[in-house]
Design a protein around this ligand. Structure first.
Ligand SMILES: [Fe+2]
Length: 339
């Protein structure tokens, strides 16, 4: 697989880039993004992104580090808020939402002309945080994260069995202010190819199909050892004077300098072949159903010799599907072992 991507060495004008930083401060408070265990029978007890978490624990990530699930949670539960959802939800983001360069690059990445920007959100990683290698949660007509587990949507895309229903999404990621560490690492030539890295430099961006291209964020340079006890529900709040604090409510568990934080803004847009396809989505005239999805996957793993007469329970079935369909890039340690 050769994936196209576009790098933007200067995404916005200096003044507009400065405007995004002021918007980030003005917005002021960012909630910690964490995952809850799945409650439905299929994949019961697993995490939404069990695929990426288990791969990280098993391989130690790109650098073969070994950490517990708890440490991994602290490292990867970063802070996130939404700046636009179909339309701006904060002042000062419209120019980013409708950025001409992003729109053009999105048309090129899938060779699809009708681009509908859907969401802009801010991601803040504090020192010591990183993002395990993963592909993003894709979407299909009739299947999306509002009603289906995220790991299942990822399995569906990697299986290539549901391509007819896939809604291609282009993702742009832009960085502002810059930070130490925190490179964007990705596999533009596929999971078997070499990784490439892009530094999270001020006012630069990349745009690519992050639902297909494995990617992650290398660790943001640490300022304290061990990591502070970050917990889900804490917020990262701008405290003025180039400093941020983390804690529940008014408490401060840890403070950071602006320069130590990695601030990125993500942009996602649906890419349609034509208006007819867009209407098909809106009018739900060709939607997948859950029974159809499961029947298709079961038939395929049976054909691949991975399933006998008995279908395993919901948790084991999920683990089997993840194992069968999602082929992660080898970590540096595994690559070395394999020669
Ligand atoms: Fe991602």
């Amino acid at each position: 697989m050769m994936a196209r991507y576009t790098h933007f060495p200067a995404l916005l004008s200096d003044a507009d880039a400065e405007g995004i930083i002021r918007l980030c401060e003005r917005f002021g408070s960012y909630g910690m993004y964490g995952q809850k265990p799945i409650e439905e029978d299929l994949g019961h007890g697993l995490y939404q992104r069990h695929d990426a978490a288990m791969n990280y624990i098993r391989t130690g990530g790109r650098f073969g580090r070994h950490e517990s699930f708890e440490q991994l949670s602290v490292r990867t539960n970063y802070f996130r808020e939404t700046y636009a959802y179909d339309k701006p939800v904060v002042d000062g983001i419209a120019g980013f939402l409708w950025h001409q360069g992003f729109l053009e690059a999105a048309r090129a990445v899938f060779d699809r002309p009708v681009i509908a920007p859907a969401i802009v959100y801010a991601n803040m990683l504090v020192p010591g945080q990183e993002l395990a290698v993963h592909t993003d949660v894709p979407e299909f007509r009739g299947a999306n994260r509002t009603k289906d587990p995220e790991w299942l949507l990822v399995v569906m895309h990697h299986s290539q069995l549901f391509d007819r229903w896939r809604m291609p999404i282009a993702t742009g990621v832009a960085w502002f202010r810059g930070c130490r560490g925190g490179d964007f690492a990705f596999y533009p030539d596929g999971a078997d190819g070499q990784p490439a890295t892009v530094p999270a430099a001020h006012n630069t961006a990349v745009l690519l199909d992050t639902d297909s291209v494995f990617h992650g964020v290398d660790r943001v340079a640490e300022t304290a050892e061990p990591l502070p006890p970050l917990q889900i529900g804490m917020r990262l709040t701008y405290a003025g004077d180039d400093s941020w604090r983390v804690g529940f409510g008014d408490e401060t568990v840890v403070r950071y300098r602006w320069d130590d934080i990695r601030f990125s803004v993500s942009w996602k847009a649906y890419c349609y072949a034509d208006e007819a396809e867009r209407r098909m989505v809106e009018e739900h005239t060709d939607d997948l159903t859950r029974p159809q999805i499961i029947a298709t996957l079961l038939a395929d793993i049976r054909k691949r010799g991975r399933l006998g007469d008995d279908v395993p329970n919901g948790t084991d079935l999920a683990l089997l599907l993840i194992d069968e369909y999602i082929r992660f890039p080898a970590s540096a340690a595994e690559g070395a072992a394999a020669g």
